[in-house]
Ligand binder design. Structure first.
Ligand code: BTN
Length: 327
């Protein structure tokens, strides 16, 4: 969001104040009259900020709107981060993955993050639709340009899954589970999904789009009826609303750290951490492969992210895609 400089500085002083800050102090800090301070306060209030005027004491910032602001998110990230080096927030779009793909084709740099408040054609896996109402959730896509062969690109999904799991743990205190390959669950219900898309030549990836959708403050009635039982949100599971900006900042930091570790040490550490969140490790599962189903023990991830299914004859079957149900 672009606001006049004085308004942005006023917001900064209100945020940094340890409680109430006097109008006089604000007018000195900003170099404007107290009437001008009052006008700027009214402007912020019209944007949804709750600013209490405490008689004879000053102003107190008691609430912020949960809107998405490029400048705020960027300022919270490290100056030398890869993921988040450029942030583009939009109000409404069809799909952030589609936008990111087009931007990447036009040469957008690695680490560019697209965030939308609302999507009108949110894409899910297997051609499904991702429900994307405005003002309450996170819909974002990240452009990556790793120097890896195309067959290693699916490993990046596991990076997103671990980053989302960590961000949830850090912002809510609750540890989510991951359902192979890329669903995030709380109490057995899905609250986040990942959709990676890739452009590649024969032997090298040109870019990968990491698409991340997280149901943050969605209420039960905001889900379409058929999703009410299998789907959930952080709000529904914790009983507390979560500031989207706080969650996004935390997620981008985790994603950046996880991606840096992947570039330096490869897939093994990601795989190890992912297995710690996996809901099926060591358990008897049924894998639906579309045409057929296989039953066996979930024996972890292979070197490339394929699921290893221990068959009754002790042989490991490699599964590249399918739907896993714990028996
Ligand atoms: C799934 O089916 O589980 C994957 C859902 C991925 C949704 C996210 S929301 C942001 C990005 N843009 C999209 O259109 N889809 C992904």
């Amino acid at each position: 969001m672009h606001r006049p400089k004085t308004t942005a500085r006023l917001l900064m002083h209100l945020r940094n104040a340890d409680g109430i800050i006097s109008g006089e102090q604000l007018s000195r800090n900003l170099g404007v009259s107290r009437t001008a301070v009052w006008k700027q306060v009214s402007l912020l209030r019209s944007e949804g900020y709750r600013i209490d005027a405490v008689p004879s004491q000053g102003y107190y910032l008691s609430g912020e709107p949960d809107q998405l602001d490029n400048g705020f998110i960027r300022a919270e990230l490290e100056s030398d981060c890869i993921i988040g080096c450029k942030i583009v927030c939009t109000g409404e779009t069809g799909s952030t993955n589609t936008d990111a793909f087009l931007l990447a084709e036009q040469g957008a740099c690695e680490g560019t993050v697209l965030i939308a408040d609302r999507q009108t054609r949110g894409k899910g896996r297997l051609g499904r639709y991702w429900v994307s109402p405005g003002g309450i959730n996170l819909y974002c896509s990240v452009i990556l340009r790793p120097c890896i062969p195309p067959f290693e690109a699916p490993q990046l999904t596991f990076i997103s899954a671990v980053a989302v799991a960590r961000a949830v743990k850090m912002t809510t205190g609750i540890q989510p589970e991951i359902k192979w390959p890329n669903d995030l669950l709380l109490n057995g219900r899905k609250f986040a999904g990942l959709l990676n898309e890739m452009s590649a030549e024969t032997d090298r990836v040109s870019f990968v789009i990491l698409g991340i959708g997280v149901n943050i403050n969605m209420q039960a009635e905001q889900f379409p009826a058929d999703l009410r039982t299998p789907a959930t949100s952080l709000l529904l599971e914790t009983g507390r609303p979560i500031m989207r900006q706080k969650f996004i900042v935390c997620l981008l930091k985790q994603l950046d750290a996880e991606y840096a570790r992947f570039l330096q040490y490869g897939f093994a550490p990601v795989r190890e951490e992912w297995e710690g969140y996996c809901n099926a490790s060591g358990r008897e599962v049924l894998v639906d492969l579309g045409a057929t189903r296989l039953q066996g023990k979930f024996a972890g991830l292979d070197y490339d992210g394929a699921l290893l299914l221990r068959m009754p004859d002790n042989r490991n079957e490699r599964i590249l895609s399918g739907d896993v149900t714990i028996l």
